[in-house]
Write a protein of this length. Structure first.
Length: 294
């Protein structure tokens, strides 16, 4: 931490341990977005306790977090919840606190009707991506939408040099802001084919020479030829989020980091999932191995 404020001093060593552990994890980046929210709660807790001897992690109970969350502005409620859940899951695993978040429900948010691809459409799109009679640049664009769910703001900035090898002809993406995204074998194969077709491309060459608006138009135009329905990058992203939440058993933080979107954005898809469903079909089964602990 840049400086130790009085209200953070009782929690300093654990906070440092928490931040350092997150930095070491390969699949989850240091939670800069969550850090101020965790520290804001600790400030609230510190100031709400009169007895100095109780200003410690062991004294924090579910009611403290629940009361605090009720005071948070609605628009930030979900983000605060997931920030605190990440921190207290860590402290509980280390036996620094009780299971503080156990009985705190995920805040409900107003969810607009979202559109998703159905399984039949997904299968047709997968066939298109595998069809070598189609243009590789079109297949790669659709493949990125289907297999990463990244928004167009990230797709339009993709450069050849962002692809870093991770063994067995697989890749991960290294963005200029140092965020990394692991990609599945299907997309890696498409990229290898693209690389063979355009051997002169390297370094800062853009993968897609489209601005954000045309990238959306191009995605819709290609998809309507495949399934007779215009599908935007947002619908592809919705579908990816929905399936990844299932695969990760509703791990909103992991999915938010994977797509570089806020936990609040990801959590809006929770209402679309039947949490009691045991058996379901998913098109991203090949991604499951990416989230196994190494």
């Amino acid at each position: 931490m840049d400086e130790i404020r009085d209200y953070l001093e009782p929690f300093y060593s654990v906070l440092q341990e928490y931040y350092e552990e997150k930095e070491r994890e390969k699949d989850r980046k240091h939670p800069q977005a969550y850090k101020p929210k965790v520290e804001k709660f600790l400030k609230y807790f510190y100031e709400s306790v009169d007895d100095i001897s109780h200003r410690n992690l062991k004294s924090i109970h579910t009611r403290d977090v629940s009361t605090y969350l009720m005071k948070v502005v609605d628009s930030n409620h979900v983000n605060h919840y997931y920030s605190l859940k990440s921190f207290f899951d860590f402290t509980y695993s280390k036996d620094y606190t009780s299971d503080v978040m156990k009985n705190i429900r995920i805040p409900k948010t107003e969810v607009k009707n979202k559109e998703y691809l159905n399984l039949e459409e997904i299968n047709k799109i997968k066939l298109f991506c595998n069809d070598k009679n189609q243009k590789i640049e079109d297949r790669l664009l659709i493949g990125f939408n289907l297999y990463t769910g990244l928004s167009r703001k990230f797709l339009k900035e993709l450069e050849f040099g962002y692809f870093q090898p991770s063994g067995d002809n697989r890749y991960y993406l290294q963005f200029n802001n140092f965020k990394t995204v692991t990609i599945c074998s299907h997309l890696s194969e498409l990229f290898n084919e693209y690389k063979e077709a355009y051997k002169v491309l390297k370094g800062e060459n853009k993968i897609f020479n489209y601005d954000g608006n045309y990238l959306s138009t191009k995605t819709k135009d290609i998809t309507v030829k495949i399934i007779s329905r215009k599908i935007t990058p947002t619908i592809y992203s919705n579908t990816f989020i929905k399936e990844m939440l299932r695969i990760t058993k509703n791990d909103v933080l992991m999915v938010s980091e994977l797509l570089m979107e806020s936990p609040h954005t990801i959590s809006q898809h929770l209402e679309e999932i039947d949490e009691e469903e045991i058996k379901y079909e998913r098109y991203l089964e090949s991604l499951e191995m990416l989230y196994e602990k190494k």
